[in-house]
Design a protein around this ligand. Structure first.
Ligand SMILES: [Zn+2]
Length: 274
C-alpha cells in the first residue's frame, strides 16, 4: 500500500533537544502528522484529520483563541488534508474512511471536509468528546454529524504486547487500531502494514522522538508541558510509550507532532533516525 505523510497543521517552531550520538537537528515548526493510505479495494484512508478548512477560516471560533495563541498554527489554506488530497490528484470523496487516534482539535478539525467518509474511533473517545464543554474538545468540529463507527477497546485481540487490537469494519486487515490510552480517554495508535514495513502512528501518546529511548527517555521541554496539561492517565501513557519503544526492526513508530520524525519519514529511507 502506498502511504503519503502529510503535515495538516504546521504549529509553533520548537528547538531540537541535544541527544548524545544523534544527528544535528534544526529548529522546526511542530507538525500535525497525518497519513493518506492508498488501498487496493477501499479507496483512500486518512489517518487523523488534522486542521481543516473551516478551522483555517475561523480559528478563534473553531480552535479557540487560547489554543491558537499557544500553538501558533500557520493557518495556511494549502495545508488542510482535503487540499493536499486534491493536489495529489484525488477527489475528496475518494477518502472513504478516516481513522482517528483521538478527537482533540488538531486531529479532528478536518472531519468536516470529508462528510461522506466513515470515521473510525474508540467509543470512549467519542463519549468523552460529546461530554466535554469545550475545554478539551471542540463541539463545532463535530457538529456536522460525522458517520461514526465506534469500537469498544476491550473487544480486540492481543498483538505484540498490546491488548484490544483489531482490524476495522470495511477496511483491509493491514490497518489496525491499537488502544493506547493515557493522553485522552480513548486514545489509539493506528498501524499500517505496507508490505515492506510496519508504520505505527502513535498520535499524542508521546510528543518527541527522544521519549522512545529505552535507556534514557528524553522528552521535549516545551512539549512535555503540553503533555502534562493534557494527559488523563500518566502511568498508563508512559507504560504504552515503553511498549512502543520495544517494537522491533521493520517497525516505524512516530507521533503526531514531532517535526524531525516527520522529516525523516518523508525522506525515508535515505534519512538517518534522529
Ligand atoms: Zn495533538
Amino acid at each position: 500500500m502506498r502511504v503519503h505523510h502529510l503535515d495538516c497543521g504546521s504549529l509553533r517552531e520548537i528547538d531540537p533537544v541535544d541527544r548524545p550520538g544523534g544527528p544535528p537537528l534544526e529548529p522546526a515548526r511542530a507538525v500535525v502528522h497525518c497519513l493518506l493510505v492508498e488501498t487496493a479495494s477501499d479507496g483512500l484512508v486518512l489517518v487523523d484529520a488534522g486542521i481543516g478548512t473551516a478551522d483555517v477560516k475561523d480559528p478563534n471560533e473553531r480552535l479557540g483563541p487560547d489554543w491558537v495563541a499557544f500553538a501558533e498554527p500557520s493557518l495556511d489554506p494549502a495545508l488542510p488534508a482535503v487540499r493536499q488530497v486534491e493536489r495529489l490528484g484525488f477527489a475528496p470523496q475518494d477518502v472513504r474512511h478516516i481513522v482517528l487516534t483521538h478527537l482533540h482539535r488538531d486531529h479532528a478539525g478536518g472531519l468536516r471536509d470529508f462528510p461522506h467518509a466513515r470515521v473510525h474511533v474508540h467509543e470512549a473517545e467519542l463519549a468523552a468528546a460529546r461530554a466535554d464543554l469545550g475545554a478539551t474538545y471542540r463541539q463545532a468540529q463535530l457538529a456536522h454529524g460525522p458517520r461514526w463507527t465506534t469500537y469498544a477497546e476491550q473487544d480486540g485481540e492481543p498483538w505484540l504486547g498490546f491488548d484490544g487490537v483489531r482490524p476495522l469494519r470495511g477496511l483491509p486487515a493491514e490497518i489496525l487500531m491499537v488502544p493506547l490510552g493515557g493522553h485522552s480517554a480513548g486514545h489509539a495508535a493506528v498501524v499500517v502494514e505496507t508490505g515492506d514495513r510496519r508504520l505505527v502512528h502513535a498520535g499524542d501518546a508521546y510528543f518527541h522522538h527522544g521519549e522512545l529511548d529505552r535507556s534514557a527517555p528524553v522528552p521535549h521541554p516545551v512539549l512535555e508541558m503540553v503533555q502534562r496539561g493534557a494527559e488523563v492517565d500518566r502511568a498508563m501513557r508512559l507504560g504504552n510509550v515503553a511498549r512502543l519503544a520495544e517494537l522491533g526492526d521493520g517497525t516505524e513508530v512516530f507521533c503526531a507532532h514531532d517535526p524531525w520524525e516527520f522529516q525523516r519519514l518523508q525522506q525515508w529511507p535515505t534519512q538517518d533516525r534522529p
